[in-house]
Every structure is written in C-alpha cells, then in structure tokens.
Design a protein around this ligand. Structure first.
Ligand code: NAD
Ligand code: ZN
Length: 261
C-alpha cells in the first residue's frame, strides 16, 4: 500500500466509524506485537519458529490438576519466551488509540483474543476476553474469577471458596471450552454491532473467526487493520495495511477532525 493509498484507507475507515452506531473491535495478537509480545502465526510467530503446540493441554490439566499446578509454580514447561515478553510488555500506541476511541464515543466494545491485560492497562473499560486473562484465576465449575495476587494458594490444586470447584489460571487452554460469560457477551456484541474492526487477527481461530462472518450476514460492515492479508481481507469494506499502532492513532486523529469531541 503506497503512502497515498494508506491515507485514503485511513480516511475511509474514519468516515465509516464516525457514521456507525455500534462499533466493536475484534482484536488479536497482532496489536501486542508492537509491545514486544510475539504472535503465534505469521513470519515471526512462535509456532512458525518452534512448531505447533500440543493441543491436549486441558485434557492433561483435567486428568491431573495438582500436577499442573506444581509445574506452574515451579516455572517448568510452557513457552518461556512468551512469558518473559508478557511480563515486560507495556501498552502501545494501538492500545492507547482504542482507549481514546472508547472515550470519544466512537468505540462501544473490545472483544480480545489476547490474554496480556494490555487493554485494561491502557484504560479501556468495555472488554470481553475470549481466551481469559493471564493476571487472573478462574473456577472451572462456577466461572468466578479473582486477581492472581488476591487469591491465597494454600493447597494444590486450589479450590473455589464459593462452590469448592477446582481453580485454574483464567487463560483458556487448548481443548478447553470458552467460558460461557465471555461467549455470551461476544454473541451479544456481534448482534448489536453494525461495524466491526478486525485488528491484528488472522481470524482463523474459532469462535472468533465466526463473529465477523455473522456481522456481515446481519448487514454490518468490516474494517481490517493488519499489515498482512488474512482470510477475511476480501470481506472487508476498508483494509488498512499497516501496523495497528500507526493505523489506529491516525484513525483517531482523523475522527477528531471529522467529529471533534
Ligand atoms: P492471530 O491468529 O490473530 O495472528 C496475528 C495477526 O497479527 C496476523 O494476522 C499478523 O499479520 C498480525 N500482525 C502482526 N503484526 C501486526 C501489527 N504490528 N499490527 C497489526 N497486526 C499485526 O494470532 P496468533 O498469534 O495466531 O494467536 C492465536 C491465539 O493466541 C489468539 O487467541 C491470540 O490472541 C493468542 N495470543 C495472545 C497473545 C497476547 O496475549 N498478546 C500473544 C500470542 C498469542
Ligand atoms: Zn466456583
């Protein structure tokens, strides 16, 4: 995309956002790449470099929750590179622009597949986390959540103070069902939305991949913000081929010109 084409795409995206009633952002790992957190897919993705992970995580947790917790506490296993990056990460211009869009009344809700807590740290308020949040724990029976540092762990596995269910990290594992409250909220937002922004997601992971298709089916529009092509590119009204930091900050700047706060 040339400089002129990019400017035209940014203007077109801002016009669509300014004219929409209920805008929802569907966000993937790409937005946090500029915070130093590697994505899984794509040229520099962890899976591209190290191979696909074992998809039986949740099965193994369910068979031996105590063993899973012992491993977690000892720091063994897992993607060390990803964990180190998550711990060092700060919100970037893309996260901040989404918070500014919400404050300006241009963005109603964020559906994120990320677990990194960076939307919250940037100050966004209306957020649904499909894959959980790495700074929380969750009861697998009743779904209650607690911040990690507020939950005393005096037995392994820990049990829920409300229902005695087993407590695990809130991050959704491979093979684990998406928590019902999160899924319900995504469906609700998909139905309400007349414009969905697809930001830094390759849109191949279900259920997230389904929401943009539903938005289209219900008569809504899509804008894609991603430096690379995805399976949804052809369905988008406007495609902004740039990193999310630059693209979103420029869209916010344009929105302020079109409709000042
Ligand atoms: P994904 O399938 O959504 O792919 C990442 C996308 O980001 C790709 O389409 C890529 O082109 C795009 N991208 C790369 N750099 C970008 C930039 N600067 N701006 C905008 N887009 C950019 O995600 P995945 O990596 O395959 O991850 C699969 C699952 O694991 C998802 O649920 C994902 O959110 C999760 N995950 C989360 C984190 C995190 O919490 N930060 C990190 C890795 C993976
Ligand atoms: Zn419980």
């Amino acid at each position: 995309m040339s400089t002129d084409e990019l400017t035209l795409a940014i203007d077109a995206a801002a016009e669509l956002i300014a004219g929409a009633k209920h805008v929802v952002a569907l966000v993937g790992a790409g937005i946090s790449a500029e915070s130093g957190i590697p994505t899984f897919r794509g040229p520099d993705g962890l899976w591209t470099k190290h191979g696909e992970p074992d998809l039986r995580d949740y099965e193994r947790f369910a068979a031996d929750p105590k063993g899973w917790w012992e491993k977690r506490i000892s720091g063994a296993g897992g993607l060390g590179e990803l964990i180190a990056a998550l711990e060092a990460a700060e919100p970037n211009a893309g996260h901040i622009a989404l918070r500014e869009m919400e404050e300006g009344g241009w963005l109603a809700h964020i559906i994120t597949q990320n677990i990194d807590n960076l939307h919250q740290r940037a100050g966004s308020v209306h957020i649904t986390e499909i894959h959980g949040n790495r700074t929380k724990l969750r009861c697998i029976a009743c779904g209650n959540r607690w911040p990690l540092d507020e939950f005393p762990i005096d037995e392994l596995p820990p049990h829920c103070p409300d229902c005695s269910g087993i407590v695990k990290g809130d991050t959704v594992m491979f093979g684990e069902p998406i928590p019902k409250d999160a899924l319900d909220s995504c469906v609700d937002q998909t139905w309400k939305c007349d414009l969905m922004l697809l930001i830094g997601t390759s849109a191949v992971v279900y259920p997230a991949a389904q929401f943009p298709l539903d938005v289209r089916r219900l008569g809504g529009k899509l804008i894609e913000i991603n430096p690379h092509e995805t399976p949804l590119s052809g369905l988008a009204e406007v495609v902004v081929r740039a990193g999310s930091g630059e693209a979103l900050s420029r869209i916010v700047a344009r929105l302020r010109e079109i409709r000042p706060r």
